[in-house]
Design a protein around this ligand. Sequence first.
Ligand SMILES: C[S@@+](CC[C@H](N)C(=O)[O-])C[C@H]1O[C@@H](n2cnc3c(N)ncnc32)[C@H](O)[C@@H]1O
Length: 271
Amino acid sequence: MTGSDTEPVRIDTSRPHPARVYDWWLGGKDNYPVDEDLARKILAVDSTVLRGARANRRFMQRATRVAAEAGTRQFLDIGTGIPTEPNLHQVAQGVAPESKVVYADNDPIVLRHAEALLQSTAEGTTTYVHADVRDPDTILRLASANLDLSRPVALSLVALTHYLGTDPDGDDVYGLLERYVSALVPGSYLILSQVTPDLNPEAIERAAEHFRRAGTPFHPRSLAEFSRFFDGLELLGPGVIPVSGWRPEPQDVAVQAEGIVPVYAGVARKP
Ligand SMILES: C[S@@+](CC[C@H](N)C(=O)[O-])C[C@H]1O[C@@H](n2cnc3c(N)ncnc32)[C@H](O)[C@@H]1O
């Protein structure tokens, strides 16, 4: 484990945290009353959120498998969340046991669960970096201790970019992604998903308002705004699409049948 792994893990239960709210939606136990309260408020205005969380998690697994089956053996997953099986390394190492996986998140509760994320195959490695996505120098430096950045990497930020703004003097999410992608060699993959207001704008605006009131900036993005993350890259089929429609597998039929969810997904290859 790297980053601030020597510091005691302090869990702040006075305000909701995105990782714990998402955990509640997924039916997990790693959340506190303050998280459940926000999770329920958002569920009340956006009834798709429970299946949206499940559909998003499945997208991460399918996209990881696609990158692994295409020959990728190195994975950098930022905003990884509280472990929920199968985790990314289990999918990647299920395809190729020698796969190397670096996870990163800035939430102390994810750090507390890092041990579960570090159960690698003997042939591969999994490591955890406690850091903020807005600090690409630190994440790339620590990741490069375990990943060879002169070889392709699948970089995933799944359900993360909606917590980041576009202000060039603030989060500068577009500049940030460019910084990460420019550190990767051709043949690398970018795997993204994020909430959109395109399908049910009123519900998503009310959900965003709940997040903001709870102290978490929230930035749903339109198709054009989300697609811009892939500028200069080769989008894999079927392109940018609501998350459950991205290369569904037979086990996704039930979630798909529940209807579309307001989360876009896409995977692109660096040419
Ligand atoms: C909705 S969860 C998604 C988890 C996982 N990627 C998935 O899709 O199943 C978002 C995750 O992003 C993390 N996160 C939010 N802001 C972050 C930041 N600035 N730096 C690193 N991680 C962040 C949260 O702690 C949380 O674990």
